[in-house]
Design a protein around this ligand. Structure first.
Ligand code: ZN
Length: 64
């Protein structure tokens, strides 16, 4: 059984810094907040899981 955690690289919508973060794809599609590792602003993660293999993450600011 493979890990249900995966890594994704995102660009902070506030400061523009790229960073890696882990996502829990076992929980399915979900939206959640996570602070930027660089500027500590709250980033909205929109995680969409497409079956067991694929997923995608969209990041947004809280004022979008
Ligand atoms: Zn940032």
């Amino acid at each position: 059984m493979k890990s249900m955690w995966d890594f994704v690289e995102i660009m902070c919508p506030y400061c523009g810094e790229f960073q890696q973060t882990d996502v829990d794809i076992s929980a399915g599609s979900q939206d959640y907040w996570q602070d930027c590792q660089v500027c500590c602003c709250p980033i909205l993660f929109e995680l969409t899981v497409d079956g067991e293999q694929g997923f995608r993450v969209i990041v947004k600011r809280d004022d979008d």
